[in-house]
Write a protein of this length. Sequence first.
Length: 245
Amino acid sequence: YKGMAADVAVAPCIDGQAELVAGDPLYTFNCSGLDLYDFKSHADLGSPTGEGAGSWGWTSEDGREFMAIGQSDGAAFLEILPSGKISYLGRLPQYSRAQPSLWREMKGYKNYMVIGSEATNHGVQVFDMSKLLNIDPAKPKRFSDADSYHFAGLPTGRSHTVQVNEEKNYAVASGAQPRTDKCASGLIFIDLTDLTNLKSPGCAAADGYVHDAQCVVYRGPHTKYVGTDICYGKFSEIICSHSRV
């Protein structure tokens, strides 16, 4: 969609819909008890492609709220102000050797954002969100490869999703291609203890392709497994979402 005015009025949620532009279905959004305080297109966030997938948040030590937004050619960064308005701060383009891809997913790790993509040769980027703290919104910054850590240990550089177990200091790339690789598009683990030397301790290939996952330390009722590091993997090529704005 085309960019909107920088200062949009609050669009109240009425009968399950918030109308940013009255009568325009492209700017009418489903809602439930939440009003629409601001809207920015991908073009407003530094990308001309108009497509994106995935987002994740980070809260600084002093309580400021930031977002990373996946786009087909990189990740945009913004701050959500106390007023509910969006302040665009800059973007990290996709890894320089990669080609654009709609699917870009990310997860938070401490003050970092772990970013994966289905783009060939992309690998996984790890970006320090604290770099956003002192940016002047009037001068959004375009970051580069040198501003992030890079993991190149995926078979063709592609992953469908990424996950993080912050407690155990590792990330996981899921759905890496091709499925004929020794890891069979299963879980590929990435050790985050030394971001300057990102390595994989191995992969879990037994179940084949994994679309998404969650990795946690078990603290449930079965005492035999308490403290065990486990990952729930999901196979699906249907349940997914993306935005085109």
